[in-house]
Design a protein around this ligand. Structure first.
Ligand SMILES: Cc1ncc(COP(=O)(O)O)c(C=O)c1O
Length: 451
């Protein structure tokens, strides 16, 4: 059968009213619902997006935790154009482009001391799978080939590769693939407990002891079989779960004691979301490997990567000099367009003091969101750096519907929230104003009273 006409879909200036919605199988989307409630973004500028039906909304989650500089930043537009005219693509294996090398240096300069080798991928999922492979190969190269097990955490999100869903802890993402997830993976318990920590501002004081579960897992399998532990410094996708005070430190201590690598998945926390370069610096814990993606290019061109301790990199640098040391990589690793955009993004973050700005706005968002305590149907309010979440009481028997209703109604009010389950999350661009934060909160207040 001949493919159906794509109607006007080929051109970005095509009329949204004639764009067929039939063919695109959308990711992590209720496809049938979307087609009856379409929301097509046709313009994104600064901190606002405009939909095809003319509604304009504040981009409360910076795209999907991606765009801390807002949209259509003139310097990024200029970089994309210039780079497309200079080197739009070059092969990544055995040759390279200078922008990727410069960006790696820049990232190393922002990472904790000693974490200074950068492997590029195109997404967070690929970054996670790459980090797992580096961990396993590292132990093997050191003569500990038995260290193959990984430890993730319940409610963790590490993307959608087979490695990522294996160490991830979200049931819906795993259940269809359960027989094929990586063997030899255990999960730490998640750290969220409404009874002990509901409405905590920032880090809860309860829960550091949950890191000791790692000792139990080590005792069960023996450390000689365990390659790495992977956690998000704060869990974003599952509704902003903030690490208890001392929890990450305890994980670090136990990993170090047993020679297990600690991987921080910094896909959301990297590049300033917490008001520090990385979650590692924010929480004062240095892992052995860190993943990143999203904010490094402001979401303009896809890019991800892994930052490794130099000692890990050096372990690979053995054998004949002409031989490939790590048989892994992607056609688009270190893509020159992404690398050039990344360089401009990180320059702008530095020149304009944007990470400092995120740090300054963190208490503003904390105060504003916690003012919602006591409103109807709010079970919890959480915040980490320049991000916050409101957990709503679900509609009986219909999990997720309450947040979806609110999400829909909020667009009419000019706010584009992120609904994850029954949690609404925000992580605005770093230049968000007090008024804009106030408007987000006013909208939630108004809608929880009636939705
Ligand atoms: C912590 C974390 N890791 C990995 C990923 C996957 O990234 P991507 O969607 O770019 O593959 C995400 C995405 O939100 C994430 O939050």
């Amino acid at each position: 059968m001949a493919p159906a006409s794509t109607s006007a879909g080929a051109s970005p200036t095509a009329s949204p009213t004639t764009t067929s919605l039939d063919h695109y199988w959308m990711p992590f989307t209720a496809n049938r619902y979307f087609k009856t409630h379409p929301k097509l973004v046709t313009k994104a500028e600064g901190s606002y997006v405009t939909f095809a039906d003319g509604r304009k909304a504040f981009d409360c989650l910076s795209g999907l935790w991606c765009s801390p500089l807002g949209h259509a930043h003139p310097k990024l537009v200029e970089t994309v154009k210039r780079q497309a005219e200079t080197v739009d693509f070059c092969a990544p294996f055995q040759i390279a482009n200078p922008w990727a090398h410069q960006l790696a240096g820049k990232i190393a300069g922002m990472a904790p001391a000693g974490m200074n080798r950068v492997f590029f991928t195109n997404s967070g999922s690929e970054a996670v799978d790459t980090a797992l492979k580096i961990a396993m190969a590292y132990h093997r190269l050191r003569g500990e080939a038995g260290r193959t097990r990984f430890i993730g955490r319940e409610r963790g999100y590490h993307g959608v590769g087979f490695g990522g869903i294996s160490v991830g802890g979200l049931g819906p993402n795993r259940k269809m693939f359960s027989p094929l997830t990586l063997p030899g993976v255990d999960h730490l318990p998640h750290t969220h407990n409404l009874k002990e920590m509901a409405f905590t501002r920032g880090q809860p004081t309860w829960g550091a002891h949950l890191a000791d579960e790692l000792e139990r897992i080590v005792a069960l399998h023996d450390a000689s079989n365990i390659a790495a532990v992977i956690v998000e410094p704060f869990a974003g996708s599952t509704g902003i779960l903030v690490p208890p005070v001392g929890y990450l430190q305890r994980l670090r201590e136990i990993c170090t004691k047993h020679g297990i690598l600690l991987i921080f998945d910094e896909v959301i926390s990297g590049f300033g979301r917490l008001g520090s370069n990385f979650g590692a610096q924010h929480y004062g814990v240095t892992p052995d490997l860190m993943t990143f993606a999203k904010q490094v290019t402001n979401g303009v061109i896809p890019m991800g990567g892994v930052i490794a301790k130099q000692e890990i990199y050096d372990t690979f640098m053995t054998g004949p000099e002409h031989a490939i040391e790590f048989s892994h990589g992607y056609t688009y690793s270190g893509h020159p367009m992404a690398a050039a955009v990344g360089l401009t993004v990180l320059d702008l973050m530095q020149q304009d003091g944007l990470i400092q700005r995120a740090a300054e706005m963190a208490p503003v968002i904390e105060d504003a969101f916690h003012s919602l305590k006591g409103e109807p149907g709010i079970l919890d309010i959480r915040n980490a750096g320049l991000s916050a979440a409101v957990e709503l009481e679900p509609i009986a028997g219909k999990p997720g519907l309450r947040a979806l209703n609110l999400f829909e109604a909020a667009i009419d009010e000019g706010q584009l929230f992120r609904a994850a389950g029954d949690t609404l999350a925000v992580a605005p661009p770093y230049l968000v104003s007090k008024d804009e934060i106030g408007r987000m909160v006013d909208t939630i207040r108004k809608l929880v009273r009636k939705c």
